[in-house]
Design a protein around this ligand. Sequence first.
Ligand code: A3P
Length: 324
Amino acid sequence: MDSLVNGSIKQRPKWLQPICPIDSRLTPPETGQIPLRTLQFKRGLLHELRKGNATKEQIRLHNLVQQLPRAIIIGVRKGGTRALLEMLNLHPAVVKASQEIHFFDNDQNYARGIDWYRGKMPFSFPHQITIEKSPAYFITEEVPERIFKMNSSIKLLIIVREPITRAVSDYTQVLEGKERKNKTYHKFEKLAIDTNTCEVNTKYKAVRTSIYTKHLERWLKYFPVEQFHIVDGDRLITDPLPELQLVERFLNLPSRISQYNLYFNATRGFYCLRFNIVFNKCLAGSKGRIHPEVDPSVVTKLQKFFHPFNQKFSQITGRTFNWP
Ligand code: A3P
């Protein structure tokens, strides 16, 4: 740690500076706002709590609370929402709600009230922020107003992928569900293209969900564009760290997630997470399915269809993508 001498910061000698990213994660925060070092050491306690092992006394002693989320990953389904949540949870000031809670999109849950929602949140230290993800929020009509009523200054994260890849990923998930039940299902091409008109079938949910700008416009009736941060889900797959650093900045968190926390697993073909020297994990096997081949003429038709919507989405959000 650098020390204060005569009111100025004295750099510690080079040989004493941390050489490994895990060391640097234990140095005090630049901002002085969040006692990250303390939080880092106490994470084990939060883990015990999640398993239901912590006592009431421990909760009281450590001043642990169940906090409403200060940021929500509102979508998009199959954009990489789970990877984003798990990767953000590497940050010592972030605590994730493990399950999708579906409070704002499910009328029955919503009727249970805000205390029910808070009760679904994990225990955390007061300086930490809780994040939940429920991808259905992005496309559900009533959700923006409901979230606005809870907290009009909440931070909203949206992770998007190239729209056709996302639609095919969505299709693949449904297809897998059907196959598990020994049911047959249409080919993607048959669902995505209206056979009567030969035009893109906008009634097909996987196509509609990928029209990002249409959904975002509904949200913008309630929240200013500055309250949203768009994560490039394709880059989160190939090079996650820069995307995560942008999110850290958006959430006003000191930069703590490092390359040490992310390692490429060649067998999975994805980045996996390293929390510390003993604990690492990859996402479940249901993330990273093999997609079916799609007829190139259908892909071209879909590209033409999505192009103007993609352009509008970029204009509104100020983010550009490597999409055709
Ligand atoms: P595919 O299964 O189509 O490859 P979601 O969590 O929103 O359902 O998104 C699932 C997608 O997350 C996967 O889609 C996968 O491509 C993507 N993903 C991004 N980073 C990943 C990672 N590190 N490990 C596994 N999947 C990841």
